[in-house]
Design a protein around this ligand. Structure first.
Ligand code: SF4
Length: 262
């Protein structure tokens, strides 16, 4: 990626959504929007957590279970094998590696105990499962890459949610390109100006609030306001060695772009 964001847009994706036959039953869940439309504009980074931890194809299906102590476990349906620690350890390692993969978005497979983003079934000792879980890999990914635009493939069938996700991906890509450079207050002002209509479409009040912070950064050589705006800055992160700063610095724009268009 160069300073203008003209490098490839890289999006992480659950491998089965690209047509890879990695599911427990040896099948796939190819998503036509991803492979037939979005794929023309982005570069995918495919990940299958269950294959990566050494489970075969085909394999036993897995489920999330709430144990007697209230802890969430990943359990094989037939054998009852507990894969929680294995998957959690893998998920932490893989999410850390993905942080270096230059991603601008991620599309997860819905309902999966590994990849599902929301409303994944959690089973108890008895009764009906409740649909309020998140897959173990998805949990680690979203925690680690907190500002990354993430969606489920099912939600991308909704035109509004799809448009919102694509908008966030492109904006995030451009913003990362800006902060990959030795950016200046002027460059920040130019970025903010270029995104005026996008920001105003989400919230005029927030656009004005961000504008004041950006203007303040121009007056302040040390860009202290930019630090406040972005939760950490390029040079500040390097000076302090604060590893969390790169994840935090985009927060204001991300929160704005995540809001649905009115
Ligand atoms: S949902 Fe995730 S773990 Fe399951 S097959 Fe697809 S990529 Fe693999």
């Amino acid at each position: 990626m160069d300073a203008h964001g003209s490098g490839p847009i890289r999006i992480g994706v659950s491998a089965c959504l690209l047509g890879q036959e990695v599911r427990f039953d040896g099948g796939h869940k190819r998503n036509d929007f991803l492979t037939g439309t979005l794929g023309d504009f982005v570069e995918f980074v495919a990940v299958c957590p269950e294959v990566d931890i050494g489970l075969g194809i085909p394999r036993e299906s897995l489920r999330l279970v709430r144990d007697d102590n209230g802890a969430l476990r990943m359990v094989a349906n037939k054998s009852g094998a507990d894969l929680t620690e294995t998957m959690n350890a893998y998920a932490e390692r893989r999410a850390a590696a993905l942080e270096r993969e230059d991603l601008s978005g991620y599309v997860l497979k819905k309902d999966s105990p590994s990849c599902g983003m929301e409303r994944v079934r959690i089973y108890g000792r008895a009764g009906m499962p409740v649909r309020d879980g998140r897959g173990l890999f998805a949990e680690a990914l979203i925690r680690r890459l907190a500002n990354l635009p993430v969606e489920e493939e099912g939600r991308l069938n909704d035109p509004n949610l799809r448009e919102n996700f694509i908008e966030r991906v492109f904006a995030y890509h451009r913003m990362r390109a800006l902060f990959a450079t030795r950016w200046t207050a002027g460059a920040l002002v130019a970025f903010h100006t270029a995104h005026k209509l996008t920001l105003m479409a989400h919230s005029a009040r927030a656009y004005a609030e961000l504008g004041r912070l950006v203007a303040d950064s121009k007056r302040n050589r040390a860009c202290r306001a930019a630090r406040a705006l972005l939760g950490g800055v390029h040079d500040g992160a390097e000076e302090t060695g604060d590893a969390s700063a790169p994840r935090q610095r985009d927060a204001a724009y991300r929160r704005l772009s995540a809001r649905p268009l009115r």
